[in-house]
Design a protein around this ligand. Structure first.
Ligand code: ME8
Length: 521
């Protein structure tokens, strides 16, 4: 076991019935950035993702495609693994719900809930949406052309069958007490308010098994029923998080990661994560995750993004077209985490050209090429710092703490805004100090300005790594920062650039995005 504090973060596990889409890419990138941040900040990080491979939706899609559900799951799992590579967002573990270790964990949580007296056999009669794999109350439904729809817009069907039930109604008070005692449990706050209001209206018991199909984890036989039950897909899927740690089954050496620090999910599945999951864990006598971090939905706006112009809504195409780092930057800078967001070709290009190419890219390119030409390709001499030098260095040193405060409340847009505020300051410093004009008249002063600019770049590139791992890494290469000196413990004054240290030849790191037919300027 490591001496560093453990930090476990998860994505939702996507349904294995379809290829990765932009929402999946967004969530994976965000969680990767949070995981990288903590790793650089000295934590022992465990980043978990997975695949939700059971359920009626899987079975139906597989039938339509003429595949077995397992073959469909394998195909989709391979696509998601490729997405992790393509987005530079690999997880430490991928829990597939058809794995043996997961079945063991799911059966163990069931056994514990049963032993606690929370599972009973009854009959379910009500509305079910296969697309959402969720039950709905009559009062929640709307009706169009004689058909009934869930609040999410998906069609529901009437289901009547014998079912095992979980005594969710018994947990309303304990859940409310938990939300009260841990106000950060569901974040951002407006999702918390929604959940609190929902639970206050009272909870009904939850049907947690199905008998009309068999693509799921079989419930062990019971003398009370002759029917073959499979586990409700959400009981199965939610358990993936604890499967990864082996906490329930005592397998492996990862139990110390539980409880997870954060489950990062989209806003459509908050009820499952903030009500059902903690209730299951309470029943099973397991600690609850520390936070449920909810993000909004992404929508495509702007004609260029539409299918008629090319299939750029595919995350692979987006990464190829704009570059992985610019795409990661765009998602995390543009969309306030927790809110819905739009993406369009124009918005992405604007971020690439304004923030990355013009602000950060130009500053790096101009200062590093001046150093190459005028300082014999090595770190310039500091000489004497003036107030303006000290001020920008202090701003750069402070950026990491402000960004950390933002990342710890899952606000990557604020972290990036802070870092880029200092980039803009550094540009103003560079422009007003005019090192190029001092080359002949005040060469020592020119060196100081170039030193301060390069050191500012170092202090900013370090906290930029979680967002743009490759580009920030390249910038650190250009500053000759070794692989062991890139974590946050090395971001401060004590590890400042060493005067006279050799630097590699400068190279552009953040190219402009050029529209077709637009020449390089
Ligand atoms: O819900 N924008 O799987 P899923 C942003 N298997 N996020 C989006 C999105 C969009 N347009 N569309 C979906 C499931 N998401 C279950 C999860 S977890 C124990 C089981 C998010 O493939 C969505 O909110 O439908 C969820 O967090 C994730 O993508 C996977 O969605």
């Amino acid at each position: 076991m490591s001496e560093r504090p453990p930090y476990m973060i998860t994505t939702a596990i996507p349904y294995a019935n379809g290829a990765p889409h932009i929402g999946h890419a967004y969530e994976r990138i965000a969680v990767d950035a949070f995981a990288r941040w903590r790793r650089l900040d000295g934590y022992d990080v465990f980043f978990v993702t997975g695949m939700d491979e059971h359920g009626q939706k899987m079975q139906r899609t597989a039938e339509k495609e003429g595949l077995t559900p397992q073959a469909l799951a394998d195909r989709t799992a391979a696509q998601f693994a490729r997405m992790g590579e393509a987005l530079d967002a690999r997880a430490d573990d991928i829990v597939r719900t058809t794995q043996q270790r997961h079945k063991a964990a799911a059966l163990e949580i069931w056994r514990r809930m049963e032993a606690n007296g929370d599972i009973y056999l009854s009959k379910y009669a009500g509305w079910y949406s296969v697309r959402d794999e969720a039950y709905y109350d009559e009062a929640e439904l709307s009706e169009r052309e004689g058909r009934k729809f869930a609040p999410t817009g998906t069609p529901v069907e009437w289901v009547e069958e014998e079912s095992w039930f979980f005594r969710l109604s018994a947990y309303a008070e304990r859940l409310l007490a938990h939300y009260e005692a841990h106000p950060e449990f569901i974040t951002p706050e407006h999702y918390r308010n929604e959940i609190v209001a929902f639970v206050k209206r009272g909870l009904t018991d939850l049907s947690i098994s199905r008998t009309t199909f068999d693509w799921g984890i079989p419930i062990p036989p019971s003398p009370s029923t002759s029917a073959k039950h499979v586990m409700y897909v959400w009981v199965d899927a939610l358990t993936n998080y604890i499967t990864a740690t082996g906490w329930l089954t005592g397998e492996g050496d990862r139990a110390h990661y539980w409880p997870a620090d954060a489950h990062v999910i989209g806003k459509d599945i908050t009820r499952f994560h903030a009500i059902y999951w903690p209730a299951f864990l309470m029943s099973a006598g397991a600690p609850l995750p520390k936070q449920i971090v909810v993000h909004g939905f992404l929508f495509s706006k702007g004609e260029k993004m539409s299918k008629s112009v090319g299939n750029v809504v595919d995350p692979f195409d987006l990464a190829e077209r704009y570059g992985v780092d610019p795409l990661r930057y765009f998602f995390l800078r543009e969309i306030p985490f927790g809110q819905d967001g739009n993406y369009s070709h124009e918005a992405i290009v604007n971020r690439i050209n304004a923030d990355l190419a013009n602000d950060l890219g130009n500053l790096a390119q101009r200062s590093l090429s001046m150093i190459a030409k005028n300082c014999m390709g090595s770190v310039p001499h500091k000489n004497i710092f003036m107030e303006s030098d000290k001020a920008i260095l202090a701003e750069a040193a402070g950026a990491i703490d402000k960004a950390r405060a933002a990342m710890e409340i899952y606000a990557p847009h604020h972290a990036l805004a802070e870092i880029f505020r200092v980039v803009a300051e550094a540009n103003r410093y560079f422009a007003s100090e005019e090192p190029w004009a001092k080359k002949k008249t005040e060469p020592a002063r020119m060196e100081t300005i170039l030193y301060v600019t390069a050191e500012t770049l170092r202090r900013l590139a370090i906290p930029l790594q979680p967002f743009m791992p490759q580009s920030a890494g390249k910038l650190l290469d250009l500053l000759s920062i070794g692989p062991d000196a890139r974590d946050f413990a090395h971001a401060g004054e004590a590890d400042a650039l060493q005067e006279g240290a050799p630097l590699p030849p400068p190279a552009p790191v953040f190219p402009r995005f050029l529209e077709e037919g637009e020449g390089a300027s």
